[in-house]
Each structure stands twice: as C-alpha cells, then as structure tokens.
Design a protein around this ligand. Structure first.
Ligand SMILES: *[C@@H]1O[C@H](CO)[C@@H](O)[C@H](O)[C@H]1NC(C)=O
Ligand SMILES: *[C@@H]1O[C@H](CO)[C@@H](O)[C@H](O)[C@H]1NC(C)=O
Ligand SMILES: *[C@@H]1O[C@H](CO)[C@@H](O)[C@H](O)[C@H]1NC(C)=O
Ligand SMILES: *[C@@H]1O[C@H](CO)[C@@H](O)[C@H](O)[C@H]1NC(C)=O
Ligand SMILES: *[C@@H]1O[C@H](CO)[C@@H](O)[C@H](O)[C@H]1NC(C)=O
Ligand SMILES: *[C@@H]1O[C@H](CO)[C@@H](O)[C@H](O)[C@H]1NC(C)=O
Ligand SMILES: [Fe+2]
Length: 477
C-alpha cells in the first residue's frame, strides 16, 4: 500500500490545490519591451546572390553577397517527392533542377514550370516550380538550380518511409515576418540541439501587406531571408490572413495571389481541390492542413474534403495525427479572441472522434498551450457550453510568436481560463519530437534564452496507442 497510498494523498492534494485556482500558468517572464522592427532592405539576410540571373527571389540592387532564396516543400503524399521553387530576375532561364543522391554520381534532371504575376505596379521575377519525384527514402540529395546561367547548389534529406515507429522531429514556426526578432527566431530554430528536420509553418509568412500597396518586394526579401533554412529542409505551408492580399481599391481582387504564385503545395496528392487545405504523411505523422480563410461550412469543398480525409487516417501506419491551421480555436489572449469559433463549432466533434493528437495554430502573436479539452455538448438549449477535460481531444498550441512587425500580443483575458495550461507573450518557436508510436516530446523555446533552454515542455502520449492522461497543470471539473 505504501507507495500507492502516498501517491493517492499527493494526488488528492494536487486536486485540492487546483480546485481553487482558475487556469494553468501565466508566465511572469519579463522581457525588454521593444517594438518589432523590420530589417532594412540592405540587411545581410536579404542579400541577392551574385552572378547573372542567379536563382533567388527578385530585387537586385545588391550584388555582393552569396545569399539564398530557394525553397522546398514536400511534393507528394508520402515524402518521396520535393517541390523546388526559386526566382530568376534577369531572364526566364531554365526551370530544370539537376539532382543526385549522396551515394551516386548519376545526375538526373527534372523539368518544371515558371509563373509570373503582377500586383498593382509590381512585376514579379520568373518564379520556377519543379517537382522532383521517385526519391529514395532516408537519403541525402544534392540539387542545383539556375542551370545555364548562374548555378547554385543545395541539399536536403528525404524522410524515412512512412511507418508507425519512425522517429521524426518537426519544428513549429508561425507568423514569422522579417523583423530582427524574426531573424532571432529562425536562428534559434537552426541552432536548436533537437534539430528539427521539417518545419510545420502555421501561416502568415512575409507581412508584405503591412507596406503601402502590399509592396511585394517584401515577399522577395522574405524568400531570401528564409532560404537559409527552407532550401535545405521542407517547410509545410499553411495560409494565414496575411496571405490573402486582397486590395480591391488598387485593383487587386484575387485573394492569395502572391502566396499561390510563390508557394506551391502538393494538395492534389491528398485529393484536395485547392491549395489551402491538404494533407501529407511524413514518417510517423499524418499532417492535416486546414484553411481558416476558405469556406468550411457544411457542403463546402473543404468540409467535404476533411470529412473524407479523416476516414483515410490509418493510425497503424501513422500513429500521430497533427492538424495545422492559422486561427486558433482555443486562445485566451485579447487578440483575435473567438475568431476561430465558427470553425471550432464545425469541426471539433470530428477531432475528438478521430482522436487528433495536437492542433498547432498561429495568428495570435504569443505562445499558449491548452489542456486536452473539448466543448461539443452544446445544443442551443442545454447550456453545456464550457470546455471540459477530454482525453480524446487534442492539445491546442498557439505558436504565432515568430516575431513579425505587428509585435507581441500581451493583453490576456483574466483570470486565465481553466483550459489554458501555459501562456506567455514572448517570441519563440517549438519542437515536436516524435520518439515512437506512443511518445513525443514537445518543447517551446523563447528567443531570450539559450538555444537548449525549454521554457515550456511536455510529453505527449499518443491518443490512439497510449491514450493515458498526459495533462500537466491542473484538473478541470
Ligand atoms: C509603385 O507605386 C508607389 C506609389 O505610387 C511608388 O512609390 C513606387 O515607387 C512604385 N513602384 C514601382 C515599381 O513602380
Ligand atoms: C541563360 O540560360 C538560358 C537557358 O539555359 C539560355 O537560353 C541563355 O542564353 C542564358 N543566358 C546567358 C547570358 O548565358
Ligand atoms: C540574422 O541572423 C544571422 C544568424 O544569426 C546573422 O548572421 C545576421 O547578421 C542577422 N541579420 C540581421 C539583420 O539581424
Ligand atoms: C493501415 O496500415 C497498415 C500498415 O501499413 C496496413 O497493414 C493496413 O492494411 C492499413 N489499413 C487500412 C484500413 O488501410
Ligand atoms: C485589454 O483588452 C481588453 C479587452 O479588449 C480591453 O478592455 C483593455 O483595455 C485592454 N488593456 C490594455 C492594457 O490594452
Ligand atoms: C517510446 O519512447 C519513450 C520515450 O523515449 C520510451 O520511454 C518508451 O520506452 C518507448 N517505447 C518503446 C516501445 O520503445
Ligand atoms: Fe494572422
């Protein structure tokens, strides 16, 4: 009885203490309050690569530094293809990619396509998108773009074959922008000793729309800024509100124009009919990307797609079910409060039924992690409209703290709601490290700390294989 008895008493004490407190932890971490300022156009991170027609992201008044602006993402459903995208400025050049695996001298060529677009008085460079297919799993590949003119070389590593016990490490970044803080977030991610292998990006990329006429030069600079990571590992894209770029006053009436021309995703591979919602499988994870700014009501294409998609998830093959979206469903800041509510009402019962492990969102420029809660009992008349603890529900994590020009969201609802386990208004990023089919280690890193300091961390127990209570801070009742 001894040990058991002790734990029963300890647990009772914990329960007692928590009966009287409201939510989890509101971090009292103090940081310098500075305005988030965009890096000036002549910053090192925006430098244009040298050489005639060099692959980059447009905007060529600086010709001194070797810099980067190529980006890759997963190119199929299972991780055997990669979409390579880049911009040439002086002339179209070639859309071909030359690639070869580390263990082979046999160089292959993949042919792609190029697109251009105009936005008010801005004309894009030649934007190339080339998909490399039939790659071997778990293999390092080198690739070259800019063939015929200035050729630049990069590399990436393909994921292991999709399967239940494949460890894999994802980075989480959201609402990044291009301020000095954004640069710190990206540097922090790159230097994190847990070594993220793929970034799950939860939307709001460049914040070009904060400039007059949405100056699309800031889309180019963002591409060059992030290239140092995204040319070497895929970033899985989610569309945020700053990708909408709808400005009828200046004749820009097509939503998502810069985003869809610049960032391609493999949406057709998951039978999606639009690039804003889709899924990929990578290692032991099934990742569903949802669109907060596309219709999701009943009968809409996104609704129909998600309905079918959730049936396709096979937890024997991919134990971890991860959802990305931009606008959070559970958010206790006084910014964007309840904006995710209508989508939550539509889809939350499905997430509980299908035991989603974790939902990552952005939009709110701060950090927050919830308990496993759901709020699906409400039927207009029964008054059951409070989140309740639910071990079949996902943990909701807001990671919109990449560091963009709009600054931190510091104003929180008080008291901290019971569903909120930890919240803090600091810039940073997260790592979701899958160990096996039952365990994943999750950690959040604030920019002010050293690269290895976990400001918030928790073990995730898989909802299908190990649905044991993994809550951390308090008990809901
Ligand atoms: C576009 O228009 C703005 C405002 O009229 C002006 O400041 C800018 O120089 C123009 N850009 C180009 C590329 O013409
Ligand atoms: C750049 O490359 C393209 C395609 O290979 C070729 O047609 C063109 O002549 C090249 N331009 C120069 C200046 O080498
Ligand atoms: C951005 O971060 C990189 C890596 O830490 C650093 O080399 C570079 O100087 C920084 N640039 C700016 C403008 O802060
Ligand atoms: C789920 O995946 C496993 C492992 O790949 C496979 O054996 C099984 O047939 C799949 N189940 C369905 C319903 O497709
Ligand atoms: C915080 O947000 C609340 C609700 O929107 C508002 O009433 C309050 O004035 C805000 N406080 C500050 C310090 O901005
Ligand atoms: C899964 O990973 C966890 C954490 O590393 C470990 O404790 C556990 O033993 C592993 N399970 C198996 C079956 O290897
Ligand atoms: Fe946003």
């Amino acid at each position: 009885m001894g040990v058991m008895g002790f734990w029963t008493i300890a647990l009772a004490l914990v329960v007692n203490v928590c009966m009287v407190c409201d939510g989890g932890t509101t971090s009292l971490f103090l940081r310098e309050v500075e305005k988030a300022v965009d890096m000036p156009l002549d910053s090192d991170v925006f430098a244009v690569p040298s050489g005639y027609n060099a692959p980059q992201q447009e905007f060529s008044f600086l010709l001194l530094f070797e810099s980067m602006s190529v980006h890759i993402t997963q190119g199929d459903l299972v991780g055997k293809a990669v979409i390579v995208s880049w911009v040439t400025e002086d002339e179209p050049g070639s859309s071909k990619v030359r690639y070869w695996s580390e263990n082979s001298n046999h160089k292959k060529i993949a042919e792609g396509k190029l697109v251009t677009y105009r936005f008010f008085n801005y004309s894009s460079g030649f934007i190339h998108h080339t998909t490399i297919r039939n790659l071997e799993y778990n293999t390092k590949y080198y690739y070259e773009v800019g063939l015929g003119n200035t050729t630049r070389q990069f590399w990436f590593v393909t994921p292991p074959e999709v399967g239940p016990d494949v460890p894999y490490t994802f980075g989480l970044i959201g609402d990044l922008g291009q301020t000095f803080d954004s640069n710190k977030t990206l540097s922090h991610y790159e230097l994190n000793p847990r070594k993220g292998q793929t970034v799950l990006f939860v939307g709001d990329l460049s914040y070009a729309d904060n400039y007059p006429n949405h100056d699309n030069v800031r889309w180019d600079t963002w591409g060059r800024f992030t290239e140092r990571s995204v040319a070497y590992q895929p970033w899985i894209w989610t569309a945020g509100n700053h990708e909408i770029d709808l400005v009828p006053e200046i004749g820009e009436t097509i939503p998502f124009k810069p985003y869809t021309h610049r960032y391609h995703v493999p949406y057709k591979a998951s039978q999606s009919t639009a690039p804003y919602w889709y899924s990929v499988k990578r290692a032991s994870a099934h990742i569903i990307v949802l669109a907060s700014y596309s219709a999701y009501g009943k009968y809409t294409p996104q609704y129909q797609w998600l309905d079918q998609e959730l049936l396709k998830v096979n937890r024997t093959e991919t134990p971890w079910l991860i959802v990305l979206m931009h606008s959070p469903w559970y958010n206790s800041y006084n910014y964007h409060y309840m904006e995710g509510e209508s989508m939550r009402v539509m889809f939350e019962p499905w997430f509980v039924k299908h035991k989603v492990d974790v939902v990552f969102a952005g939009h709110v420029h701060a950090y927050e992690r919830t308990e496993r809660v759901s709020n699906i009992a409400y039927n207009i008349v029964n008054r059951h409209c409070t989140p309740v603890k639910d071990q079949s529900a996902p943990v909701y994590i807001t990671i919109g703290d990449g560091g963009n020009i709009e600054g931190l969201a510091k104003n929180m609802t008080e008291p901290q709601p019971k569903y909120s386990a930890y919240r803090e208004a600091s810039f940073g990023h997260s790592i979701f490290e899958i160990k096996n089919r039952t365990h994943a280690h999750y950690s959040w890193y604030r920019n002010q700390d050293g690269e290895a300091v976990e400001a918030d961390s928790v073990w995730f127990f898989n909802r299908y294989w190990h649905p044991v209570d993994d809550s951390t801070s308090h008990v809901l009742h």
